[in-house]
Design a protein around this ligand. Sequence first.
Ligand SMILES: NC(=O)c1ccc[n+]([C@@H]2O[C@H](COP(=O)([O-])OP(=O)(O)OC[C@H]3O[C@@H](n4cnc5c(N)ncnc54)[C@H](OP(=O)(O)O)[C@@H]3O)[C@@H](O)[C@H]2O)c1
Length: 277
Amino acid sequence: MEFCGQQVVLISGCSQGGIGHALARAFAAEDCLVVATSRSLSSMADLQEDPRLFLQELDVVSDESVDHVVSSVLEKYGRIDVLINNAGVQCVGPLAEVPLSALQNTFNTNVYGSMRLIQAVVPHMASRKKGKIVNLGSVTVLAPGPWAGGYTASKAALQALSDSLRLELRHFGINVITVVPGAIRSNIGNSALAGYNQMPEWKLYKPFEAAIRARATMSQGPHSTSAEEFAKRTAAAILKENPLAWFSYGHHSTIFAILYHLPLFIRDFVMKKAMKC
Ligand SMILES: NC(=O)c1ccc[n+]([C@@H]2O[C@H](COP(=O)([O-])OP(=O)(O)OC[C@H]3O[C@@H](n4cnc5c(N)ncnc54)[C@H](OP(=O)(O)O)[C@@H]3O)[C@@H](O)[C@H]2O)c1
């Protein structure tokens, strides 16, 4: 068989400059057959010449798009060994005023988009009694702060779904892994700012505008981990025969792990100082 022995890895959200793009290259470097997807092929133009990559357009909020891509991959390779739910969007704004449509869009992409792909690949993985499903969470779930509560709630939901799925899917030989990035250099800051610029003017929160806007780019500081380094470590962790159920890496991951264990009044004190709320 032409593709025998190589892992087929399907990744969502592989636009150039982001974590998905770096993951696509990291899995290819590990000799995997990578299906790199994004909403538009033009955002992966630099990957077009790489024969290790099969590029597909995929919008995770569309049933049709997900069904089409999963069928195309099965037709081409006959299997999907690893699904990586990487596509995600930020949502910055105070919860009392952020438009519900923005929250819905965040959950549609981060939660239901991931579930749409999971439900599409599980029948195939279950029939082979083999497969890995990887969901990208966030360290912010360990200590949810102000100004991006909608985003953090969507990642908390995805992490909770991963925990239930892991127990439900193990009977079918499917591993479910939560990957929890710290602060990783990517396009997320620019995308979050673009989304933020569409928000209405805050009423009660007008005095906090600068702090809220700053939240959009908080993960993109000078010490943020490069997407390449994060992707290399993540690919190695996922490709292990018995991967851990939880893999966290990147700048700020230790501080968030500590915050998680602190009494709430101390955590709130730290957040108030750090996030100017
Ligand atoms: N960077 C960090 O510090 C950090 C920290 C914690 C968690 N994460 C998570 O890591 C994942 C990757 O984020 P990133 O930092 O690489 O951000 P990014 O550079 O903004 O990449 C996000 C990717 O998701 C894609 N996407 C958005 N909506 C989509 C949809 N409906 N269908 C398909 N693709 C869609 C984007 O496509 P377009 O280019 O078309 O918009 C882009 O390719 C996300 O789940 C994010 O929440 C990142």
